[in-house]
Design a protein around this ligand. Sequence first.
Ligand code: PMT
Length: 412
Amino acid sequence: MNSPRPARILLGVTGGIAAYKTPDLVRRLRERGAEVQVVMTRGATNFITPLTLQAVSGRPVRSGLWDESAEGAMSHIELARWADAVLVAPATADFLARLSCGNADDLLTTLCLATEVPILVAPAMNRAMWAHAATRANVALLESRGVAVLGPAAGEQACGETGEGRMLEPAELAELLLGRLRRERSLAGLKVVISAGPTRERIDPVRFISNRSSGKMGYAVAAAARDAGARVVLVSGPVALPAPAGVECIGVESAEQMYAAVHAALPGADIYIGTAAVADYRPAAVATQKIKKTAENLRIDLVRAPDILGSIAALRDGRPFVVGFAAETEKLEEHARQKLLGKRLDMIVANQVGDGLAFDCEDNSLLVLWNGGREDLGAGSKPLLAERLIGLIASVRGAVRRAPGAAASGEA
Ligand code: PMT
């Protein structure tokens, strides 16, 4: 059998300080077996020399649109066809603006217009530039056209400020990109329903009981499932995140609303992933008027909220492959395994919470358990872990379905 040819990556480097990390990025991509052709903008050459990138990539670096000898060897159109993916890292605010306008005024923007393969950008800029309404609008437009935005990460910046705008680290970019190429289409043709974010259980017209979930983990899982080719319905509690492009997003508030919306979305679903931090209890009664501060003590009676995950795992007809999350402050594996078995799930994704972990932060660390299997997905950004998780779900679900006499359920 012929071994598959190496992935071909066209790496666009634009003029930001993070360009100094691109030799390492090239090295990481080549270590993982990819061929890399570097294209630099004029601005990028102020931060790093083409010779350095030529040495690490093993190919002459391209930068000019009007370079006759380079065009003679491989024209910009041939270059656009050669690649399996285009990664622009770092992608400056100016480059994102030019790409969103459809400019073709240098080699890199021309290639991006001419190519039909996936384009991924790794933004890197000052935090205020990243937060600026113009950049937000450009990024939203690019995402709506299918451009994948990797990062940026938050942290200390070259300008001395702290915030969102750092380029993701080369190792993470290489894994995200090559993992995406590998996993692309692993969920093609499947429908995936995902819950995300917190729920709010009303006490009176102005107060509620909720939790610290930001929705970041669930939204990352939704984007990863979409990138793997699935049709994704995301049922989300109240969060401050934009809906991932290409994902059907249904907003809800309470556990009961989430239960109803998830069940309404389930017909035809192949996979359910319960990432939401759903309330276990809700106030027994909701006061119709704002509760006054009269009594010294106030007691609120709570009753059980509907168990969405358990109800889906118990379905007799049309039961999807059911993946739960377990948020545990202690005995992570033991408690997660109890949930896997107790609720008769196909898979459970355990994360340690408390002490500033998992809830409302950029990174997480996941341990996945299923009937007869265990995989530690390690620590990393939520998008990176979401990609690993979706790859694992696709392969475990495939194995369960291929097993002789297997039912959809992963009963232990
Ligand atoms: O949103 P982020 O800030 O990114 O944080 C991510 C996260 C920590 C919320 C996420 O990774 C996570 O762990 N989600 C599950 C949180 C949770 O409610 O865990 P649990 O162990 O209490 O619940 C177990 C499972 O039952 C979960 O799949 C949950 O969605 C589901 N459940 C719980 C209660 C309920 N009434 N109905 C449910 O379906």
